[in-house]
Design a protein around this ligand. Structure first.
Ligand SMILES: Nc1nc2c(ncn2[C@@H]2O[C@H](COP(=O)(O)OP(=O)(O)O)[C@@H](O)[C@H]2O)c(=O)[nH]1
Ligand SMILES: [Mg+2]
Ligand SMILES: [Zn+2]
Length: 312
């Protein structure tokens, strides 16, 4: 028996990086403990597993999946109860955004941050393509970094083109399993290549994105960085952008809103139009950013339409 970590899954084959640093293609033993999770895939990247090696074939059989620290899922379909586990045992999640070409909306960023909160995974914001920012955009970035910093979110500035922030990012990712997410074209693959050129990931010009159709990857893959640590480049934000939250619960995933809500008049205040709402007061007094509050509202009202329509 050996131990290892799953770094790639494609159908019934799973690539396991053994503790002795050798990769072994493995299949799964018929019956395996999945710790009660109903998912279409029993094994995901990031899973720590026990496996037996089949000496003659250079392959192996996974016999056990060790208990997961956490995992992120995507519902297989809207109605289905089954989910697809995208990745397991994440230490932190990086959301890469850019303020230009293409500009990431704050709604998108906040949705990701709220999802990280729901999963209880530490989130870090990467401002990429800073080489393209003019003075005005740089000022905006500073304000955003300050605002998100005051909520508790760490952020970092990078430019894959100027190789800015690369060593800092490497240091942050060292010894950890890191997820990187963000809109297509924001520069995820380019920055991974900058951190470790031997990975040689495919990158695409922003202008090509529409022509070629968005995501070709359906399986998550995890890469080992030569500087240390692992990185999972997710196919778009799908799966990390949406989690099944109860609408009453959404405000819990906006830390500053949650914290202000303790002073709302009603314990079950939803911060929409209730009297004595401390959150709305904080927004009016600029102690909570209007943009964050609007992101909260947008998730709240979207949720109303998307889930549990029968109730409302
Ligand atoms: N100017 C500039 N362009 C970048 C930077 N990072 C990536 N790009 C470009 O943005 C495009 C999309 O990059 P890619 O890594 O494929 O984005 P992904 O879809 O997030 O993986 C490519 O044309 C890259 O050359 C950067 O820091 N500055
Ligand atoms: Mg990419
Ligand atoms: Zn309130």
């Amino acid at each position: 028996m050996e131990k290892g970590i799953v770094i790639k899954t494609t159908g019934s084959w799973h690539t396991v990086l053994a503790d002795n640093s050798i990769t072994v293609p493995c299949k799964i033993k018929g019956k395996i403990r999945t710790h009660g999770i109903r998912s279409t895939n029993p094994v995901a990247v990031g899973d720590r597993v026990k496996f037996d090696r089949l000496e003659n074939e250079g392959t192996g059989i996974i016999t056990e999946i060790l208990k997961r620290k956490n995992y992120i899922i995507r519902k297989s379909s809207k109605l289905s109860k089954e989910s697809h586990v995208l990745a397991a045992n994440l230490d932190q999640a990086f959301i890469m955004i850019s303020l230009v070409s293409p500009r990431t909306t704050l709604r998108f960023l906040d949705r990701f941050l709220a999802t990280s909160e729901a999963y209880e995974i530490k989130a870090v914001i990467i401002f990429n393509k800073t080489d393209l920012y003019n003075e005005q955009v740089i000022d905006e970035m500073k304000e955003l970094r300050e605002m998100y910093g005051s909520i508790g979110y760490e952020s970092i500035e990078t430019s894959a083109v100027q190789k800015k922030g690369i060593s800092k990012l490497q240091a942050m990712m060292n010894n950890k399993i890191n997820l990187i997410a963000g809109n297509s074209g924001v520069g995820k693959s380019t920055i991974i290549n900058a951190m470790d050129p031997s990975l040689n990931l495919k990158t695409r010009a922003v202008s090509e994105l529409h022509a070629t159709g968005k995501h070709t990857t359906t399986f998550s893959e995890m890469f080992r960085l030569s500087s240390g640590g692992f990185i999972i480049d997710t196919p778009g934000i799908k799966g990390f952008g949406i989690i099944d939250m109860d609408r009453e619960e959404i405000s819990h995933f906006f830390p500053e809103i949650f914290s202000a809500s303790k002073n709302c008049q009603y314990y079950n205040c939803l911060h929409i139009s209730e009297p004595g709402c401390a959150v709305k007061t904080a927004v009016e007094e600029n102690r909570i950013s209007l943009s964050r509050y609007e992101s909260y509202l947008s998730l709240y009202f979207e949720d109303k339409g998307r889930y549990r329509n029968s109730k409302y």
